[in-house]
Design a binder for this molecule. Structure first.
Ligand SMILES: Nc1ncnc2c1ncn2[C@@H]1O[C@H](COP(=O)(O)OP(=O)(O)O)[C@@H](O)[C@H]1O
Ligand SMILES: [Mg+2]
Length: 356
């Protein structure tokens, strides 16, 4: 649907030490019809610049932009304007017309596209209903909350039923709860209107919520690309690992762990394994207790990632059933080691924080 082929974007910096900076460096991506595609990276990575090449708000210095099998890189004037009707865009700071009502903001793209007043009167209420602002048509943006302003931005961007919606940090100016509601709305629009979404964000948490596939950008380059689940579960590039570690962070103060008797493990379970009972089986089979010191289960789409910090310790002697006592009399260290090995064999990743 969208193909970026070897895209580079350079900016000429003026002044005494004039030189060019390469904001985007030979990026190739293929975004499929109907997906929500995320581009994540720290500030200055080149995400916005790359996104803006898709509707040619930014002209690549090299490379080609393909939309629906057509090379649009060279388009200008009227043919470019017509293409842009297929591509809506929303922004971090909404970019609304503050002296116009919500209705007029939403009607903007329809007017530009030459729709009749009759069509506009019919279509704007529909689109306002879709974004949950049916009762705000006559309000002005200044009377709205941040989340409502972004809903106006979305209404304006999708009023014309574009094939693609570009989202530049759409929730970065919003609080967590509002942000979640806006992401849900974007997902709904993706499904109901069959609009392909390209979303950029510096926050993995945003990407995690709605993206099917993800590209990770660092210093103008795409350093890794894959399904959202793979990016989170098995990040390959060092840079991605750091981003993911921030999101899945499960740090326990060191002094708390150091003084705990037993074996402490950090265990990662992916996908179906996250719902398996590996730990309870290990506890029973090796006659030990397993305490969860800290834990978190994340869902990427419908796949789970479980990250747990657990302590393995011997059963207190008086809790061992009489009939089993002889089995359990084996060396405690061996049982703890065997249990740790069993967990290692059945989990996706195990890190020994400290051993017995
Ligand atoms: N119009 C411009 N002129 C000069 N430099 C720019 C321009 N736009 C972006 N840059 C530079 O390009 C790099 C990437 O910027 P940007 O695409 O905005 O990154 P991101 O969206 O990932 O934060 C930055 O170093 C930024 O300063
Ligand atoms: Mg940006």
């Amino acid at each position: 649907m969208i193909k970026l082929e070897n895209i580079s974007v350079e900016f000429a910096l003026r002044g005494p030490q004039a030189h060019a900076i390469r904001a985007v460096n030979q990026v190739s991506l293929h975004i499929r019809r109907g997906e929500v595609y995320g581009i994540v990276g720290t500030s200055g990575a080149g995400k916005s610049t790359l996104l803006r090449t898709i509707n040619l708000l930014e002209r690549p210095s090299a490379g080609r932009v393909w939309l629906d099998g057509e090379d649009i890189t060279g388009l200008s004037g009227n043919s470019l304007r017509l293409k842009r009707h297929k591509i809506g865009m929303i922004f971090q700071h909404f970019n609304l017309m503050y002296n116009r009502t919500v209705f007029d903001n939403a009607a903007f793209a329809l007017r530009v596209a030459g729709k009749s007043d009759k069509d506009i009167r019919q279509q704007v209420p529909e689109i306002l209903k879709l974004v949950g602002l049916e009762d705000k048509a006559q309000a002005y943006p200044s009377q709205l909350s941040g989340g409502q302003k972004q809903r106006v931005g979305i209404a304006r961007a999708v009023a014309n039923r574009p094939a693609v919606l570009l989202c530049d940090e759409p929730t970065s100016a919003l609080d967590l709860e509002t942000s979640a509601a806006i992401l849900e709305l974007l997902k709904e629009i993706n499904k109901r209107l069959a609009i392909t979404i390209v979303l950029i964000s510096h926050e993995m948490n945003v990407i995690k919520k709605i993206c099917d596939r993800v590209a990770v950008m660092d210093a103008g380059k795409v350093v890794e690309e894959g399904s959202a689940f793979d990016i989170f579960a098995t990040p390959q590039a060092d840079f991605t690992r750091q981003l993911v570690a921030h999101t899945l962070n499960l740090d326990i103060p060191k002094h708390l762990i150091e003084n705990i008797p037993g074996t402490v493990l950090k265990v990662l379970f992916l996908g179906e394994k996250a719902e398996d009972s590996v730990l309870s089986v290990a506890a029973v089979r090796f006659g030990i207790t397993i305490d969860i010191l800290h834990g978190k289960i994340e869902y990427i789409g419908s796949h789970a990632i479980g990250l747990l910090v657990v302590r393995l310790a011997d059963l207190p002697p008086d809790t061992v059933p009489q009939a089993m006592a002889t089995n359990y009399a084996r060396d405690t260290t061996k049982r703890l080691n065997d249990a740790a090995q069993f967990i290692r064999d059945n989990a996706n990743q195990v890190e020994v924080i400290h051993a017995h």
